[in-house]
Every structure is written in structure tokens, then in C-alpha cells.
Design a binder for this molecule. Structure first.
Ligand code: TTP
Ligand code: MG
Length: 400
């Protein structure tokens, strides 16, 4: 009838916390908080839904979690057990499709095109997968099925925990298009504000908004926004081992021995920046977004990204940005197991000396103006509305 893909998104519920509740039944129904020790400087990796009722969240400092939930049961993470369980989940998922793409320790996409003939059939598949995970691993997960990855992920989150949401063709308008734009990946606070001022409040408003208008306001990002709202261009699932066409270039390194030594950390950031920079130049590309990933010895993982108004490929610039991002998430004295740096939002780029100078100038310029909050806010608004060009032009005029 049609050749539309059907994509499933699976996300385990309160993954680390549920594993601990499974293994120590006395913890069932209790507010369990996985992360640093009580009284320590660590952060919350995740927590059970009972703890979420008290306002505890991932990445929250432990001290604040204790305040919000004094009766919480604080447990140090057991990384190896979580990785082992994650592999077992993937093994089960592979029984449902040959295309299973894990995207984090507890999430994966499956291409299930052609395995069911209607939403009822898909419900059966989803339920049987959930039953198998429950029976073999004693854990619950939430499943979303839709015609693309973006909608499938939104669907999986709709009825969490232990949910199953199918978005058939008819349900897109009813269940997806009615949601606020903030539900979309890629729509941050600033973009949301501009869209709202344009009268765009829901995903549906954005999906039907003329692309040309969006382009005029957001530049190239306008087209991307329109596509995200329609779920376009996100229906490919890679099987394990298959490589994506480079949409980002990154490197990560696992240390031989976990460390909190800042000299070693800085050396590693420098080395990774050099590697990423070289690969960007080899591929003839540059990117506007830099992301840093950090994994502690207990496998809890955190990341931070930032998008700039100019294209980045220079090792020193990558290093400075990575270092800044790293120290916004790193809790000092905690031992680190892995660091990764990725540059994304890639575009073809010619890497000549002239451009290198402009890039360095822009970067140091931007750093300088960060001191002046009022000015940076103005520039941010300009960047949002007119894209990078306005900032480049301003740089030539020595505004920075
Ligand atoms: P999530 O799927 O984001 O969270 P969750 O599975 O605990 O809860 P939910 O039911 O909302 O899906 O992340 C999966 C695991 O990854 C989580 O159990 C702990 C770990 N994690 C971190 O280590 N750091 C983080 O910042 C987050 C968000 C998760
Ligand atoms: Mg999860």
C-alpha cells in the first residue's frame, strides 16, 4: 500500500535504579537514588520513579537530592552490572529485527518495517517484546512505534514508565501535532521563544508553517526545524556495526586507570581536540557544535554541548571550548574513566590560514564579550534571528 517505514524506540525505565530494585527486593516501591554517596560532592545518575515524585532528577547534586528527599536510599552505581544488562536487552531486541541501533546504555531504535500489517499487529509485537524483557531480565521498558525516529522517541516517552504507544498514520495529527514545540529535539528555549512570537506553538503549527518563512528567520536551520516537525529524514536505523555517513566527527578515549588528576585530564582533552581537528580537516568539513562526554569510574555518563555562530575546525578552538564544557559538568576529585569530544553540525569548509585567523578572532572575541552580559544577550538574539552571518560581519567591523 505504501512504503513508509515503521520505527520502534525502546527506552528502559529508570534503568540503573530499576536494576537495583530488582536485585534487592527490599528497595521496591522506595525512593532509590543512584549516584554519589550521601554527603559527597557527586551527582545523581538516575533515580526511581518514587524518588522523582520528590523532585529528584538526573545530574542534580547529591546534596540537593538529600534535601528534596531526605528518606531517599542512596546507592553507588554498579557500572559493570548495568553494561551487562544493557547487552542482554540488546540481545532480546535482536530477536525482533535485524536492524537494532543502540543509542545509549538503555535506548535503541529498531526498524520493524513489514513485521506487522496494522497498529494492532504492532501492539502485539510491542507487548511481546515488553513481556520478554520483563520475564528474562525482570525490568520494564517503554516502547514507541511510529513512521520515523523522532516521533517514535516522543511516543516512547508518552506513557512512561512501562508504556506502549503506537502512532499510526492517523494518530500523527492527534497525538504528535498537538504537542508543544518544546517536545522536539533541537528546539531549545531561545528557538522556542522566537517560534512562539511567530505564533508557532505546537509541533503541528511548525510542520505546516511555510519553509521559506522559517528559512528567512533561521537561515539553514529553518529547513531543519521544518523537517524535524514533520519527522522527515529520520527513518533510517543502522544495524550494529554499520557506520553512519559522517554527520559528526568525534573521538573518545578510555583511560587505562581512572583518574581525577587534572594534568592528565587536560592532556587528554588536548590530544582528543587535536585528533578531532585533524579528522575534520582531512574530511574537508567544519562544524558549529562541540560536545564533550565524560564517564566516571562507575559508568555514570554526562555530556554537554554548545553551538557557536561560526564553523569550528581549529585544534586550539576545539580545545578551549571542550575544556570549558568539561569543567561545567566535571565534579572535581571524582575519578574519570572516559572522555570524548565530538564536533557536529558539519558543513563543507575550506581550511585556509585566513579563515583560521577569523575563527580564532571570533572565538577570543566571543570570550571577551561574555563578560558583558547585556551585550551577549543582544548578540544571542541577533544570532538567533539572522544566523551566523551577522556575527561574522560584526567581527570584520571589530565589534568584538
Ligand atoms: P535515561 O533513559 O535518560 O533515564 P532512566 O532510564 O534512568 O529513566 P527513564 O525512565 O526516564 O528513561 O538514562 C539511562 C541511564 O543512563 C540511567 O538509568 C542512568 C544513566 N544516566 C547517567 O549516567 N547520566 C545522566 O545524565 C542520565 C540522564 C542518565
Ligand atoms: Mg531510560
Amino acid at each position: 500500500m505504501n512504503n513508509k517505514k515503521r520505527i520502534m524506540h525502546v527506552d528502559m525505565d529508570a534503568f540503573f535504579a530499576s536494576i537495583e530494585q530488582r536485585d534487592q527486593p527490599i528497595l521496591k516501591g522506595k525512593p532509590v537514588i543512584i549516584g554519589g554517596a550521601r554527603g559527597g560532592r557527586g551527582v545523581v545518575s538516575t533515580c526511581s520513579y518514587e524518588a522523582r515524585n520528590y523532585g529528584v532528577k538526573s545530574a542534580m547534586p547529591i546534596a540537593l537530592a538529600v534535601k528534596k528527599c531526605p528518606r531517599g536510599i542512596f546507592i553507588r552505581p554498579n557500572g559493570e552490572k548495568y553494561v551487562y544488562t544493557s547487552i542482554k536487552v540488546i540481545e532480546i531486541l535482536q530477536g525482533y529485527s535485524s536492524k537494532v541501533e543502540p543509542i545509549s546504555i538503555d535506548e535503541a531504535y529498531l526498524d520493524i518495517t513489514g513485521t506487522a500489517k496494522d497498529p494492532d499487529g504492532e501492539r502485539e509485537i510491542g507487548n511481546s517484546l515488553k513481556r520478554e524483557i520483563k520475564k528474562k531480565l525482570g525490568l520494564t521498558c517503554s516502547v514507541g512505534i511510529a513512521s520515523n525516529r523522532i516521533f517514535a522517541k516522543i511516543a516512547a516517552n508518552m506513557e512512561k514508565p512501562d508504556g506502549l504507544t503506537i502512532i499510526g498514520e492517523d494518530a500523527v495529527k492527534l497525538k504528535i501535532y498537538t504537542l508543544p514545540i518544546s517536545e522536539l529535539v533541537g528546539v531549545g528555549e531561545k528557538t522556542e521563544k522566537i517560534l512562539r512570537n511567530m505564533g508557532i506553538k505546537t509541533i503541528g503549527d511548525l510542520a505546516v508553517y511555510p519553509q521559506n518563512e522559517l528559512k528567512r528567520v533561521f537561515g539553514a536551520n529553518g529547513e531543519a526545524l521544518s523537517k524535524i516537525a514533520k519527522g522527515e529524514g529520520s527513518d533510517r536505523v543502522l544495524s550494529i556495526g554499520e557506520k553512519e555517513d559522517a554527520k559528526s566527527i568525534g573521538n573518545e578515549h578510555t583511560l587505562d586507570r581512572d583518574t581525577s588528576n587534572e594534568n592528565i585530564i587536560n592532556m587528554l582533552l588536548l590530544r582528543l581536540s587535536g585528533k578531532v581537528g585533524r579528522r575534520l580537516r582531512e574530511s574537508g568539513v567544519a562544524g558549529r557544535t562541540v560536545a564533550v562526554k565524560l564517564r566516571y569510574g562507575d559508568f555514570s555518563t554526562f555530556s554537554k554541548r554548545k553551538t557557536y555562530p561560526f564553523f569550528i575546525w581549529n585544534d586550539n578552538v576545539i580545545y578551549s571550548i571542550s575544556k570549558e564544557l568539561f569543567y561545567t559538568i566535571y565534579k572535581r576529585f571524582n575519578k574519570i574513566r572516559l572522555i570524548g569530544i565530538t564536533v557536529s553540525g558539519l558543513s563543507k569548509h575550506c581550511h585556509n590560514d585566513n579563515d583560521s585567523e577569523i575563527q580564532t578572532e571570533l572565538f577570543t572575541g566571543l570570550q571577551k564579550i561574555q563578560k558583558s552580559e547585556k551585550l551577549i544577550k543582544t548578540i544571542d538574539i541577533l544570532k538567533d534571528v539572522y544566523g551566523e552571518k551577522v556575527v561574522k560581519r560584526a567581527a570584520y567591523l571589530n565589534v568584538f
